[in-house]
Design a protein around this ligand. Structure first.
Ligand SMILES: CC1=C(CCC(=O)O)c2cc3nc(cc4[nH]c(cc5[nH]c(cc1n2)c(C)c5CCC(=O)O)c(CCC(=O)O)c4C)C(CCC(=O)O)=C3C
Length: 484
């Protein structure tokens, strides 16, 4: 950079479309790299699937409530925006499985439900189910090719019971999906690699476990934030504003066009002129915005499906509940047993901060709905509370009535990663790469977890700044164009 240019050249301007955690992480990184930034969020609220709220006066997460700490991005971002002191691991690392009407401790020693040693599943599977696992040692190799549904692969090796009672409830939480559709390669890449190198899945998993053990990783697997993961987006937004970034909520983007080497991002009130654009919106809106400039990316994005779910958060008088519930952070529910809820998280037990803010309450939540199972979501709030209480009662014996309830509907909450997902993402990226200064990021691409979202935002920011700072363009004063 030539110092004498600063008077005539202002920093390049990047518009970020979407104010969820991916877009905010991208904006934060773009500012650090010296661009000007405008974030445009369609709804009135920043944060996307992260939402902090209150129940019976107590702070609680009403969206995502935990982030993986084994990947650095989410905790690094939290620290970078001043939340380091509020990071807090879960108070308990155990959970239960509501299996055939009985709550049993969640087995340890598996990779997303796939055991290395069948005996860890002895409390969970039937005798036939356990016997079926042994066939893994003698069955001919299962060719997974470019990709295969994780449920199909694990069922072929170990039998359907392992899939239906372990893999499905665990991965059902991650994607609100169906493991007989979900991509092995995208969802659990370590298992895909093991499948390619070992005839026996048990052998492959044991090797993964051996390697994980050799790494001697310390520190918590998950991390929360005092006050809620939902406080992270606002903290990032504050940091973005403090560095001069502009954030507009209630500002849906209506059109995106490239003319004479610049981007024009049209909203109802203004058209923003930019050197770069980060599309951090979900796949549907991203697809609609790309129809003009990249019909092929738009078509691929239009094929990305989402699952919807609802969270029912309930606060009880603490004394009514704590002794009734099983130990640990909550329980998972295998869909094959036909219950409505698919998980319950005991927030007051899982998070010290929930308990500290409301020591006389017990807060828990249930989740309802997954891909292809949207009928429950048409029930009204009172119905969702009733069915949650019925399932909770059947699972744990809980008979108390909550003092307050809150239903949060996450329509289109979780993108699906079906077989072939990674190829689709590669095709999207290839098409998008033909558009100078434009990148996509978010949960639809490289992982639905918060660290993956943050990582994808950072990557988009790094690639764009590399590209546009390498070819600086002359811009006049403000980048805001017509209409404002
Ligand atoms: C997006 C996501 C990731 C990916 C994160 C990333 O890749 O970044 C993930 C990972 C994992 N989830 C795991 C375990 C559990 N998930 C649960 C419940 C839930 N997860 C959800 C989502 C996710 N889950 C959701 C929407 C629920 C429903 C209930 C609620 O939202 O309240 C519950 C029951 C409730 C409780 O005990 O809290 C358990 C025990 C384990 C450990 C497995 C092992 O031990 O090997 C791992 C890696």
């Amino acid at each position: 950079m030539n110092g004498t240019d600063t008077g005539t050249r202002s920093a390049p301007h990047v518009v970020v479309v979407g104010g969820g955690i991916s877009g905010l992480a991208a904006a934060h990184r773009l500012l650090a790299r010296g661009t000007r930034v405008t974030v445009l969020e369609a709804t009135e609220r920043l944060g996307g699937k992260l939402l902090a709220g209150r129940i019976a006066g107590a702070p609680v997460d009403l969206g995502a409530e935990s982030m993986l700490a084994r990947r650095p991005e989410a905790v690094d971002l939290a620290r970078a925006v001043g939340l380091g002191d509020r990071l807090q691991p879960p108070s308990t690392a155990t959970a239960s499985l509501w299996n055939r009407g009985v709550l049993t401790p969640m087995p340890k020693g598996h990779v997303m439900g796939v055991p290395g040693d069948p005996s860890v599943l002895s409390g969970v599977l039937s005798a036939e189910g356990l016997a079926r696992i042994e066939q893994d040692r003698t069955l001919p190799r299962t060719e997974v090719g470019d990709d295969m549904a994780i449920g199909e692969y694990v069922a072929a090796r170990l039998g359907r019971e392992v899939v239906d009672r372990l893999v499905e409830p665990l991965l059902g939480g991650v994607y609100a999906g169906d493991v007989y559709r979900t991509s092995l390669r995208a969802a659990v890449p370590t298992l895909y690699d093991a499948a390619a190198s070992y005839d026996s899945l048990l052998d492959g998993v044991r090797e993964l476990q051996r390697r994980a053990g050799a790494q001697q990783r310390t520190g918590p697997v998950f991390m929360g934030i005092d006050g809620g993961i939902g406080t992270l987006p606002d903290a990032v937004a504050d940091a973005v504003r403090a560095q001069g970034g502009r954030i507009r909520t209630g500002t849906p983007v209506r059109g995106l066009a490239r003319r004479e080497g610049r981007w024009f991002v049209r909203t109802d009130a203004a058209t923003y002129e930019a050197d770069g654009v980060v599309l951090a919106a979900p796949a549907g809106p991203a697809s609609r915005l790309l129809v003009g400039e990249s019909p092929s990316a738009a078509a691929e994005l239009a094929g990305v499906e989402y699952a919807s779910m609802a969270l029912v958060t309930m606060a009880f008088a603490g004394a009514d509940v704590a002794d009734v519930l099983p130990r640990g952070s909550g329980f998972l529910v295998p869909p094959v047993d036909g219950h409505t809820i698919k998980a319950s998280t005991f927030s007051s037990r899982k998070w010290g901060w929930v308990n500290e803010h409301a020591p006389d309450l017990f807060v828990l939540r249930t989740s309802v709905g997954r891909y292809g199972e949207e009928e429950h979501l048409h029930r009204d709030d009172a119905d969702l509370v009733d069915v949650s209480l019925r399932d909770l009662g059947a699972a744990t014996g809980l008979a108390a009535r909550p003092v307050e309830t809150r239903v949060t509907r996450w329509t289109g909450g979780l993108p699906q990663y079906p077989v072939g997902h990674l190829d689709r993402v590669a095709r999207i990226r290839e098409a998008v790469a033909k558009l100078p200064g434009l990148r996509v990021c978010g949960a639809a691409y490289d992982g639905v977890g918060i660290p993956a979202c943050v990582g994808s935002g950072w990557r988009a920011a790094a690639e764009i700044t590399e590209e546009i700072l390498a070819t600086p363009t002359l811009v006049e004063g403000t980048a805001e164009g017509t209409g404002q």
